[in-house]
Design a binder for this molecule. Structure first.
Ligand SMILES: Cc1cc2nc3c(=O)[nH]c(=O)nc-3n(C[C@H](O)[C@H](O)[C@H](O)COP(=O)(O)OP(=O)(O)OC[C@H]3O[C@@H](n4cnc5c(N)ncnc54)[C@H](O)[C@@H]3O)c2cc1C
Length: 787
């Protein structure tokens, strides 16, 4: 999903139409080579289109719109690779003025920006790399005049601006002043920017500014500058998104037509996968902007953290894509005659302004660290620890769950888990076996809460997607183990859609009660990624199929009573057309199940041998030879659920526990890695929310849901590696290990099996279709790259 609503899209379309009327690449190259500071003629056209007026209220001649519209326009400026100072003027200067107390001068300046008659810059930065405003003693009050001796390293725009909103210090007092460019003693010096952006040094030596030019004083000024900077950073992220999209689209087009070795270069798998990774970064940035805008709208205090998070992702995404674009274009990509290099330069320019990724990673860490230290542990939110069976309202067996307020629903689940879930099974890192978890399964089944996603007519809770997410999150938060659930998650939905009334009546109730435990039999020794080449055969003889062959890697099949499986029923046709879907009772003679120990040390999956196994004909689901369609029916939802951020969040929680205990957060390199991962997980949650929203709207999941599976599992893998680093020598110690506190007075903590998240992550990159296969799907079905 994108944050574009129809209106915003129309806004964007008109901007794109306008910005592509003239050859912007040519104009940019000309501006760079002639070192032209400000294209006033073009600025006039921008003003006519109303863009500098977007954020400014109607009373000052503005459009009174918000950041959604502003970021939409910024994205289009990014697409055109242009360096004209839309963000410095229309976001940074305008927001700064809007944050200040009303005055005639303030209103005049806002009106000037809105009409395009004034190009207003800002100057607050005294040294390179500074990302927060600081007050420096560089002004003295002399009656009605302020005498300035101030130097700024990065005024924007610099040469060509009509004046600047300047931060000076009168003693300890921060003061924001309007300094017109025409004022004696003012000198702006433009840096030779590679991307035609207009930044430079501003020198105010012996400058005498009337006191009536003061726009604000004291901490209000610093607060206003901070807000304006963060809004500008969000708009920069949107502009970088536009740069990345434009570079990506041109590259994709080129890869379809550029032929080498007799085929389009877009058909080479290594290049396809690199393009998919670039595409994932672009999508993550889009989801993150969409989510950040929503968060900031709800709560302004989220602005600094969201701004730094976006700057981090945007710099990485646009940098990766624009460098890849140069590489994919070969010699032509390096030529200044093509526009490809402009994207790279624009990405560098935008990344360097208002703090680069390194500075924002540091800032992001300090913000999350403050939040961590101020947070109370909500793992154990107050919950009833007793259940009065006479009180049927405490844990109702049926209700209109979707009408229930979410906090009430969550609280009810928490209380139930607290009363009934066995303490010794909380937060188990490995998958639980049936004998360990069957009592809990029975408890949930008796409560009628075992099948949250099933329709009510089949005995489920029929939860809407948001309640479903809440259900999963609360289980995760309490540390509820996952029971063998393939009957619930996979077979049930298949039977609802393809099963006969007899099959539904026979098989659905025992799934709910736990009498039948199901395993999935798809993979074979010679049919993994290429599942359609499976050979385990079923031959129809009278009223029975006779099954011969082998299945493998079947999760917890040793605990299962039944298996749903794909079998070959026709060898003569195209491989996908000769597959059927069978239900098999594992107690049938001729079946041997052999558990296989995994690298995690547990017997988590099995191989199963079939020797002349008689399966009743009525156990065929759907038509004969239609099994392939059935097996694929639920793939999208499987990917959504394996794309949940819960595993990464859980591992981040363990890292936090160890790092806080051992003082690792004081280590700057560790803190930087932690901040990056925190941001990766936040962006994963944004992507997950975007896809869940599609489900919520009852629309089919698009093929690009594969990106979620890739990002979720690979983010979890990176988190699991950071956990091993945090565990230090205990990275290779299994079982429970103790981490001493920083001093003798602090109690030690214990953490179990720190390797388990890594094992889980590497397994998840393989099952439900490997990540390479997901990249193939994205390359073919989403990017439409040639085969
Ligand atoms: C923990 C776990 C649980 C599992 N549970 C089940 C289960 O319950 N039921 C079940 O049926 N199966 C299950 N599987 C099996 C899983 O679905 C397969 O392992 C998976 O589909 C990959 O098949 P494979 O192991 O044969 O690897 P292969 O297909 O042989 O792949 C080997 C490597 O080659 C790569 N590769 C293959 N083809 C391509 C290509 N075209 N392009 C690029 N790269 C390619 C793969 O990505 C992989 O890296 C499970 C696997 C694991 C690890």
């Amino acid at each position: 999903m994108s944050f574009d609503e129809a209106e915003t899209q129309a806004f964007k379309d008109s901007a794109r139409d306008f910005l592509t009327r003239e050859n912007q690449g040519e104009r940019m190259r000309r501006m760079v080579s002639t070192q032209q500071s400000l294209d006033r003629e073009f600025w006039g056209k921008i003003a006519e289109a109303g863009w500098p007026a977007i954020l400014i209220p109607g009373e000052q001649g503005g459009l009174g719109l918000g950041m959604t519209e502003m970021t939409a326009i910024a994205e289009e400026f990014g697409r055109a690779y242009i360096g004209d100072p839309i963000i410095p003027v229309a976001v940074q200067a305008a927001s700064l003025l809007m944050e200040l107390p009303g005055s005639d001068l303030r209103n005049e300046l806002l009106e000037g920006i809105a009409s395009g008659s004034l190009v207003v810059g800002t100057a607050w930065q005294h040294r390179l790399g500074q990302i927060e405003p600081e007050c420096k003693h560089d002004a003295v009050r002399q009656g009605d005049v302020l005498a300035l001796d101030a130097e700024f390293v990065a005024a924007s725009p610099a040469v060509g601006a009509d004046g600047w909103l300047v931060l000076v210090g009168v003693g300890e007092q921060p003061v924001l002043l309007w300094v017109p460019a025409s004022q004696a003693g003012v000198q702006a010096q433009r840096y030779e920017r590679v991307d035609a952006s207009n930044m430079g040094a501003l020198s105010l030596q012996g400058c005498r500014i009337p006191a009536q030019n003061i726009l604000g004083t004291a901490d209000d000024v610093l607060r206003a500058i901070r807000t304006s900077l963060d809004r500008a950073r969000i708009a920069q992220a949107a502009q970088l998104l536009g740069v990345a999209r434009q570079s990506f689209d041109s590259t994709l087009e080129y890869m379809n037509v550029r032929v080498q070795f007799g085929k389009p270069i877009g058909s080479f798998q290594s290049l396809q996968h690199r393009m998919v990774d670039a595409y994932i970064q672009i999508q993550l940035l889009d989801y993150a902007i969409w989510q950040a805008l929503g968060l900031v709208e709800q709560d302004q205090t989220a602005l600094p953290m969201q701004a730094s998070r976006l700057k981090l992702r945007a710099e990485h995404a646009a940098g990766l894509v624009t460098r890849l674009a140069v590489q994919m274009h070969g010699g032509m990509g390096y030529s200044d005659e093509s526009d490809i290099g402009l994207g790279l330069k624009r990405a560098m320019g935008l990344a360097s302004e208002l703090g680069n990724a390194r500075s924002h990673k540091k800032r992001y860490f300090s913000l999350i660290d403050q939040a961590r230290q101020g947070r109370r542990d909500d793992q154990e939110l107050p919950a009833d620890s007793t259940h009065n069976p006479a009180d049927t309202q405490q844990f109702p067996k049926t209700a209109d769950w979707n009408e229930m307020p979410e906090d009430v629903f969550r609280q009810m689940l928490r209380s139930f888990f607290k009363v009934y879930y066995p303490e010794h099974l909380r937060h188990k890192a490995s998958r639980l076996h049936w004998h360990q978890i069957k009592d809990w399964y029975k408890t949930l089944s008796d409560q009628k809460w075992i099948a949250p996603a099933w329709p009510k007519e089949y005995g489920g809770m029929a939860l809407s997607p948001d309640k479903m997410i809440a259900y999963i999150e609360e289980q995760e938060r309490y540390g509820v183990g996952r029971p063998p659930d393939q009957g619930l998650v996979m077979l049930g939905p298949i039977l609802f859609r393809f099963g006969t009334p007899e099959q539904k009546a026979k098989y659905l109730p025992p799934i709910l009660s736990g009498e039948h435990v199901w395993a999935q039999g798809y993979s074979e020794p010679n049919a993994g990624s290429d599942l359609a080449s499976l050979s385990c055969a079923a031959v129809l003889e009278g009223e029975y199929f006779i099954v011969n062959g082998q299945k493998t890697w079947s999760t917890l099949a040793q605990d299962a009573t039944h298996m749903f499986m794909l079998v070959r029923t026709d060898k003569a046709v195209k491989k996908q057309a000769g597959i059927s879907f069978l239900l098999v009772d594992l107690a049938t003679p001729g079946i041997v199940v052999r558990p296989i120990k995994t690298i995690a040390g547990d017997e988590e999956y099995c191989e199963i041998f079939f020797d002349n196994v008689k399966v009743p004909r009525e156990n065929l689901v759907g038509e004969i030879n239609q099994g392939w369609t059935i097996s694929k029916a639920l793939l999208g939802f499987e990917r959504l659920f394996s794309g949940s951020p819960k595993h990464s969040q859980n591992t981040m929680g363990i890292i936090e526990k160890i790092a806080a205990q051992t003082g690792l957060f004081e280590d700057e390199a560790f803190a930087a890695d932690y901040a990056q991962l925190h941001c990766d997980v936040a962006d994963l949650s944004a992507a997950y929310a975007a896809f869940s929203e599609i489900v919520r709207r009852n629309e089919p999941l698009p093929a690009n849901v594969s990106l979620l599976k890739i990002w979720a599992t690979e983010t979890h893998e990176r988190a699991s590696l950071l956990l091993l680093e945090a565990a230090q020598e205990h990275a290779a110690s299994a079982g429970f290990n103790t981490y001493a506190g920083p001093n003798a007075h602090t109690d030690a903590i214990t953490v179990e099996d720190v390797q388990m998240p890594l094992y889980n992550a590497v397994a998840a990159k393989i099952f439900s279709g490997t990540n390479e296969i997901q990249r193939n799907i994205l390359a073919k079905m989403v990017l439409n790259l040639p085969t």
